[in-house]
Ligand binder design. Structure first.
Ligand code: ATP
Ligand code: MG
Length: 181
């Protein structure tokens, strides 16, 4: 099964310093006062998985994911988040024990993506996660709006969730890409 072992953040939203969150086996709960950064953690995960819609990330422009300073600390020029997944059971079709996916953005707007430290395109990250249930449109991060989606009467919205669960999104995506050519 899919196992997210670790999140490493630096300069992402309220996480100015390098912050490492380890997920042990079992359930992890994050607790803390309002505004302490709990939701920023799920934003970080979504962001690495390829979220480009700034609204979903609760900002107004992509730059808003970069630490923008406080009274006592100046802003940073770069945000970086790395997700480390266990791959000892070859959940991903790559011959590595661990798969890390990194996204970095500079204030200049320049972005970089890495899979196991190797530069790649956002498209490669999206493909890696398609049908795993954790992609950008995946169901592993259920925000408040998503619950409404599952319960909604909109056939297309519900269908998308089931297609991802059934593992056919990748094929639909490839078909569309081929048709474009
Ligand atoms: P709640 O319990 O209310 O849901 P929360 O723990 O989920 O709170 P978040 O929404 O994750 O809190 O964090 C919000 C905090 O993150 C705010 O204090 C906000 O100022 C800070 N924040 C957001 N973006 C940035 C940024 N770019 N730079 C610095 N701080 C930021
Ligand atoms: Mg919150």
């Amino acid at each position: 099964s899919l196992y997210l072992k670790r999140i490493e953040m630096r300069g992402f939203k309220s996480f100015a310093d390098k912050t490492v969150i380890e997920f042990k086996q079992g359930v992890t709960c994050v607790v803390g006062p309002n505004g302490s950064g709990k939701s920023n953690i799920t934003d970080a995960v979504r962001w690495v998985l390829g979220e480009q819609r700034v609204k979903t990330l609760r900002g107004s422009k992509m730059e808003d994911v970069i630490f923008n300073g406080t009274k006592h600390r100046k802003s940073l020029g770069l945000a970086e988040v790395k997700l480390v997944f266990d791959n000892s059971e070859q959940f991903f079709p790559l011959e590595y024990e661990e798969i890390s996916v990194t996204r970095r953005v500079h204030r200049s707007g320049e972005s970089e993506y890495h899979i196991n430290q190797m530069p790649c395109r956002l498209k490669d990250i999206r493909e890696l996660f398609m049908d795993t249930g954790i992609g950008r449109e995946g169901y592993s991060i259920i925000g408040q709006g998503r619950i409404d989606e599952v319960l909604s009467n909109n056939k297309d919205e519900r269908r998308m969730l089931f297609e991802e669960a059934a593992g056919i999104v990748k094929y639909k995506h490839r078909k569309l890409e081929t048709e474009k050519k």
